[in-house]
Write a protein that binds this ligand. Sequence first.
Ligand code: ADP
Length: 878
Amino acid sequence: MAKKLTPMMEQYQKVKDQYPDAFLFYRLGDFYELFNDDAVKGAQLLELTLTSRSHSSKNPIPMCGVPHRAVENYVDILIDKGYKVAICEQMEDPKKAKGMVKRAVTRLVTPGTQMDLKGDQAQTNNYLSAIYINDQTFSLAYTDLSTGELKTTTFQSEATLINELINLQTREVVHLEKLPASLIDQLQKRNILISSQPEISKESEVSYLIQNLDDKNQKHVVAILVSYLLTTQKRSLAHLQIAQAYQPNSFMKIDHYSKTNLELMTNMRSGKRQGTLVWLLDETKTAMGSRLLKRWLDRPLINQEQIIERQDKVQVLLDNYFERKNLQEELIKVYDLERLAGRVAYGNVNGRDLIQLKTSLQQVPKIKYVLETMDSPVLDELVNKMDPLEDIANLIDQAIVDDPPISVTEGGVIKNHYNDQLDQYRDAMNNGKQWIADLQQKERETTGINNLKIGYNHVFGYYIEVTKVNLDKLPEGRYERKQTLTNAERFSTPELKEKEALILGAQEKSTSLEYDLFVEVREKVKAAIERLQTLASALSELDVLQSFAVVSEDYHFVRPQLNHDHQLMIKNGRHPVVEKFMGHQEYVPNDVKMGKDTDILLITGPNMSGKSTYMRQLALSAVMTQIGCFIPADKANMPIFDQIFTRIGAADDLVSGESTFMVEMMEANNALMHATPNSLILFDEIGRGTATYDGMALAQAIIEYVHNNVHAKTLFSTHYHELTSLDEQLHKLHNVHVGATEKNGELIFLHKVTSGPADKSYGIHVAKLAGMPQQLLTRANQILNQLEGQHGNDHVVGQNQQDNVVTTVNEKPSENTEKVNELPEEKNGQLELFPTDSQPQLSKKNAQLLKQIKDLNLMGMTPMDVMNKVYEWQQKLK
Ligand code: ADP
């Protein structure tokens, strides 16, 4: 038998049925209550006490509640954990309601639509995305509800779509049509909430916002997104900007693995901002600027003119130190106009927000003035976009008091002399108060009670208070008793009552009129939202550009030249973040020279010598160049890269649960498949994650493939010394190495990159420094020689091993070093690892295998093919 619900629970259930996937916060007086499953789960997540309603009955209803004043904190906690919250309000005053108080959901808060972002989140965009897949095209729309940005694009594969979703750090994805299981799986793995939107809204907002789009898939996906917003937000979306389509191809592409590897936005170890490129570059003074910097970093430019335009502006700001300082001082006073505009549209601004808006607008003429004094045509466009919205600034200035209260409904927001009617109410109130002061004086005189006073409280209104000792002085009749206190009695008189009605009436009318006037001002501001957004975008741009100028000056960056003919030259380049940590003096600058005739630099050198720092510094310089910033070097000429691929360090993709070596191969494959001659590839120790020859075979095959088929600028670091002789075959490959030296028996890294390969017996040398027994070292050297002698031909290396450039160079080699290098090649027992001449002839099977290796057409194979082949051989050898 179905349980009989109380009328209230019936109402609750009706609302809950409409929001099955959200926590329903149901307003009951001063609390929001959660019931049933919501209560059980909510109590756990929010650490609330779980109680129950109608506990005496057989089926008590689990329940927990949060005070209405603290509701936002609790909502934030649930949203951060990836849930949705529906806020159900009382729609009428419970005191005046007949029967059940009307209630309705006024807001559905979801991870992607959360607006009140505090602290660090102010510097980050919170994106909500929608997806539509049709005919092998993957359309995406995304918006930041707090700023109104609305963009759309189309991808050709699921992988590129996912990559973009990860880049955007989107927390919620909306869809209408069914999504493929593979995509759902990927989204769930990354804790992205998937919300379905049942239909496209017929509201005019939808057609308005998609008006500039040509592509029908893009129109559809934006319509899904906007419909979802209309369903969940139930309020004005006036600040949403008309959707803009963008081409992923018009920006430098860096997949999310590489972004993570390069630590552009997040530190790989701590997951924080410190130690990242954005942390270094961010000298912005506004939250809008900080967000724009991230967007620029996310999408470096590939259009030379646009890069030069930014560089020109940075140059002007760099050259004008004092003006730049002035600009910074003004920018600090500019509040988050983008988000203020959003709140104006939503109708949740208060007086303080409007004062922030006014203060911000008042800086604009000063900022324009400073820009004009720099007298540079490159700044014209920026100056022209800066409309100071004087009408709005003046309106707020005339209407809103300088220090308004938080509440907009309790008065005290509107200035005197802004509205005649309001002034009259205020006069009435003030006159009334004067009248009361006079009355007090009069009553004291007539009664002779000197401490008689007239006061006011919310419950009893105005009263005359007489202490008990003086009560007998009060004449009979006129005084009506209102309240008794321990030491005093409070009274009223007919004339006091009459005045009280007048004063309180005026007060009520004045408060309500103030609210109306406030709404009127807010609506006028709302009408200016588009102008406000244009201004916000100009100010954010200026803020980022001045930030570039600041860091360029502070860290001695230089303006790179740009070229389209595959030339790359960096003189004394540095890794900006490592340099910041260790200091300018300590950091050893390095050149990178890759002319038309060099596609690949093969970097050898000991561990910890600085190979990966060298590679990263090049990638960071490329990104910095293409966002328009200057770069850490003395001089530079950079090609414009269309993409950057990296395989650096062991960045296991823990989220998707892939193994290190598999990730390594996938990342490498991604680069090989998609890189063009205009791309930059960084491969750090590729092949390290598998058996030596397996790994070395792959590494060599990959280098050859890049050299012969891809032609991208590539830095390849390796500990396979054998690969260094590849330069004999591959004419666009050059060897460089990072040097180390020995001082007083200690190994010192020079961190200096120079031409040529590293010393082959480097490891043995270090073992010697570590104090290993001479006998062991002798044996190691012997094995090394044997290995080289016998297996050099299996790889490219061998006979022509270049030993002329030695990493462990000493001007005067130490005695011990000499010894290590001069070990006699005595035969000291059989080497078991590999067959020698004295061993029996190769078996037939092995001879076949060797022939297969010899005949293999490496150039016709992908790295994966090579891997499979090597695996097949391994199996045969077992
Ligand atoms: P590798 O890739 O060769 O193992 P890394 O690039 O990780 O070496 O560098 C190891 C450490 O050496 C870095 O953490 C840094 O402290 C230091 N280092 C690297 N390059 C330089 C440099 N050019 N100048 C000064 N110190 C450097």
